[in-house]
Design a protein around this ligand. Sequence first.
Ligand code: UDP
Length: 430
Amino acid sequence: MPYPGRGHINPLLNLAGHLSTRGLFVTVVLTEEWLGLLSTSPTPSHPAVQFRSIPNVIPSEHGRANDFNGFLDAINTKLEKPFERLLESLDPPPAAILADTCLSWMAAVGERRRLPVYSLWTMPAAFFSLFYGFEDIFGGESTAALEEIDKKLEQHVKGLNLGDVSSVICSATLKKWVLESFIWARGAKGVIFTSVYELESDIIDSLKSKLSCPVYTVGPCIPYLTLKISLASDYMQWLDSQPINSVLYLSLGSFLSVSVAQMDEIVTGLHESGIRFLVVGRGATSRVQAKLGSTDLVVQWCDQLKVLCHPSIGGFFTHCGWNSTMECVFAGKPMLTFPLFGDQPLNCKLIANVWKVGLNVKEEIEDGNLVGGKAIAKVAKRLMDVEGIEYKEMREKVVELSETVHRAVEEGGSSYCAINAFVEDVSSSV
Ligand code: UDP
């Protein structure tokens, strides 16, 4: 069962597909709302994956945006009983539970049902490590000196500082939720990361020595086995008609967004830059459409991985969600980073400071909390100067990472072997 958000559901669905091709029978449990939305997700069509739903006991996706704390509270208190009832009715009866780390009540269900529970973490291992070592890094109730904290954060990811994690640790509800998630993860039968071992090897090795259970690093959790199947759609046809590397793709993920004023600045900046754009507008599609030129395309939603892999795409303006980051690395395209929340500032530091495959838009001049259109135009032009040295260097590095990631998922690669090891572990507990 995933945490009910697209950035968590997508990798779990893809992992389910990979597990089923290795011989496991997988039941994916979602709330009714999400089951209805699956047509817009990469759904595994393997006969060994079945879908089951529980009633919409939590606020809808829309409700989540309006009252995030209420949404978290409902996840913590309202899902457990219906999930357990469903578990009792499953045929064949389950051998193990694979659950999002963010579902902190899952350990209790496993204990009552005498089932091993595996914890699935859909963000970078470095972010897991921060919260796994929370007391150590943040000194419990923040007794450690700020400088000391920054030093420890810097050891996790180059350039990471307290400001980058403040959206989580300064919210009492979020902090409590994340820490509760880690309490159960400590007792899990195994921890699964949707990262790639070679991208975070130091952090993952260090976690392996701290965790008392096996760690499986299985990412990127994308439908790489079916990627070559083409998808007929207007935006793919539009991309086919654009010059190679000429289009900057913009998406701020599936859930968060920026203020209307910030979106206007972004769109004005993009327009001013003269670069061609493919923009995912979601709820603001017509507003964005009205402000962009005839050389740009705005869609409500797209098949992001296929878009990123298209040869016309030269770069990605991203909010740095972990799935978007992994998908872009897989596709081998440089990024413009615009992190908003949670793990995204950390992912931004990985992209811009560690892997050096992107430019951080937010480092440009800010007017209050607003990044101005002029600064955005400037940095967008800098990224998309595809004949310039800076682009070529970033592109070379991201292509290297992409090759590493492709090797990881191929037969004998680190993620391929980790999925096999996980399947063996689950099978041996039957
Ligand atoms: N996505 C998509 N089409 C879009 C925008 C996003 O398929 O038009 C997918 C994207 O490929 C990724 C997910 O939605 O798998 C977003 O997850 P991410 O972790 O990047 O961000 P979140 O939405 O959780 O903030």
